[in-house]
Design a protein around this ligand. Structure first.
Ligand SMILES: NC(=O)c1ccc[n+]([C@@H]2O[C@H](COP(=O)([O-])OP(=O)(O)OC[C@H]3O[C@@H](n4cnc5c(N)ncnc54)[C@H](OP(=O)(O)O)[C@@H]3O)[C@@H](O)[C@H]2O)c1
Length: 355
């Protein structure tokens, strides 16, 4: 019965929510006050065209001003569309007037009249299809060719409730895109993250893994390894999404353990009406029927991204932990706490990625 209720909740809303206004950490984390100066740093956000990813990039740029933010998302089709996306992010970060008056804000330009006149962040687009391991390798290679350092890697992109299907490499779609593509990207970029940490007097290089409370709806055993090379059509969509999100928590724990030079945190952003909610509405009659009450139980994108922003910048992050809501650790399901499962996932992943 409890699992049925959980599945209904995830069917309706995608995931459990922070209480409106957030938990203790959310209530006290204020991006405009708490994001530290990130001058000179380099950030990469996956799914940065989507609502949570884009708003994360915007707020980091507005309040922390890293040197560069890489906006990694599905290829846009033309360089004009990539440019439009980057301009939109710059405009949201620095204001329409700023963008008009200083088109170089897309590059390294001195800030105008805002906050502290610090150098504005440069945004760069990276084509990334997490459903293709070839594309992930190409994206990582492109990044490495352009950058010596990486300070913050935010594994944010994700899909929910897609019909049973597989990625171009033959893995179940949620698992392949949400987990496996990210696992490969992280492994390819860890050497750059570690090098960055080791070159700092006060090492601070991070990975933020965006999981979901929906991980608690994973199938029996957490991850059905024997079924991952196929559509997992016998599972509910909640289970397919859930096992990919359990795996992401496992990824955060393993990266944290294996790379003590890094700070790695998994987060659940809360229940937010984003592009993801729109795809849920499209696919589910139940979600369409209950749409009128959804805004009552959801928080704005700006509240949801406090999880991402806190994990990307707070000195209080303990590496290898899952946080839900902001700053509250250890609320993951028993499955996600199972070290045997997490070790098995690591070994499976190593084998699949032939690393
Ligand atoms: N919204 C919520 O209530 C909620 C709750 C719990 C967890 N989350 C998690 O938060 C993260 C961000 O989701 P969101 O709510 O911001 O949804 P969103 O607006 O739909 O953003 C998802 C992003 O992922 C990108 N993406 C999808 N497939 C991809 C692929 N194959 N390769 C690369 N990028 C891909 C999308 O690209 P396009 O736009 O170009 O398709 C989009 O930019 C997800 O990991 C999600 O599971 C969200």
């Amino acid at each position: 019965m409890a699992q049925l209720m959980e599945m209904l909740r995830v069917t309706l809303f995608g995931s459990r929510n922070d209480a409106p206004g957030g938990g203790k950490g959310a209530a006290s984390f204020d991006p405009s006050r708490d994001i530290p100066c990130l001058a000179g740093k380099v950030v990469l956000v996956t799914g940065a065209a989507g609502d949570l990813g884009r708003t994360t990039a915007v707020q980091l740029a507005r309040y922390g001003r890293p040197a560069r933010i890489y906006v990694a998302d599905l290829p846009r089709g033309s360089s004009d569309e990539e440019e439009l996306l980057l301009r939109r992010i710059a405009r949201e970060a620095y204001g329409t007037d700023g963008a008009k008056a200083a088109p170089e804000s897309l590059g390294q330009a001195a800030g105008g009249d805002d906050k502290d006149n610090a150098t504005r962040t440069e945004f760069r687009f990276l084509g990334l299809d997490l459903g293709s391991l070839k594309s992930v390798r190409a994206c990582a290679a492109q990044f490495i060719a352009r950058e010596e350092r990486l300070d913050v890697l935010i594994l944010n992109a994700g899909i929910i409730r897609v019909a049973p299907g597989t990625t171009s490499d033959g893995y179940e779609a949620h698992f392949g895109i949400n987990y496996l593509g990210h696992a490969l990207l992280a492994r390819l970029l860890v050497p750059t993250l570690v090098r960055t940490a080791e070159q700092q007097q006060q090492p601070d290089a991070r990975v933020v893994v965006v999981s979901s409370e929906g991980h608690s709806v994973a199938p029996k055993g957490g991850i059905q390894f024997d079924a991952l090379k196929g559509p997992c059509a016998e599972m509910s969509y909640g289970q397919r999404y859930g096992q990919s999100k359990v795996a992401l928590i496992g990824l955060a724990k393993q990266l944290g353990r294996r790379h003590p030079q890094l700070k790695v945190a998994a987060v659940h952003p809360g229940r937010i009406l984003t592009g993801m909610a729109a795809s849920l509405r499209k696919e589910s009659l139940l979600v369409r029927i209950t749409a009128p009450i959804a805004p009552l139980v959801c928080v704005p994108v700006e509240t949801g991204v406090r999880n991402h922003l806190w994990a990307a910048t707070s000195p209080d992050v303990v590496s290898g932990k899952y946080y839900e809501p902001v700053g509250i650790p250890d609320k993951e399901s028993e499955m996600a706490k199972d070290d045997g499962l997490i070790e098995k996932l690591w070994d499976w992943t190593e084998k699949e990625l032939s690393l």
